[in-house]
Design a protein. Structure first.
Length: 97
């Protein structure tokens, strides 16, 4: 089990980012220690890995929340939509160039 600081360090995030993800419902601690520290297990580490992956491709917190709570079949649709958006952004930037 990892505490907030340990999991943040492992993913290169701030402690505040972890607490934010918890506040918006993306990440929940597996347990609380006797001293009330948040503790994260393997399942939560995998969830945070997914959150970081989705953020890296530009998905919003709302879209990530949808993906984490939806069946895997809808993941492809959301990612394809994001790919289309990125392609449009690239085309627009090329026009500006």
């Amino acid at each position: 089990m990892l505490n907030v600081s340990q999991i943040a360090r492992r993913f290169g995030l701030s402690r505040t980012a972890i607490l934010y993800y918890e506040s918006v419902g993306l990440l929940k601690p597996a347990h609380r220690s006797a001293a009330k520290y948040r503790l994260y297990g393997e399942k939560e580490i995998e969830t945070l890995h997914q959150i970081c992956l989705y953020r890296s491709v530009g998905l919003s917190v709302r879209e990530i929340h949808t993906l984490l709570s939806a069946p895997e079949s809808s993941t492809a649709a959301v990612l394809n939509r994001r790919l289309t958006e990125v392609e449009k952004e690239i085309a627009e930037l090329r026009r500006h160039q």
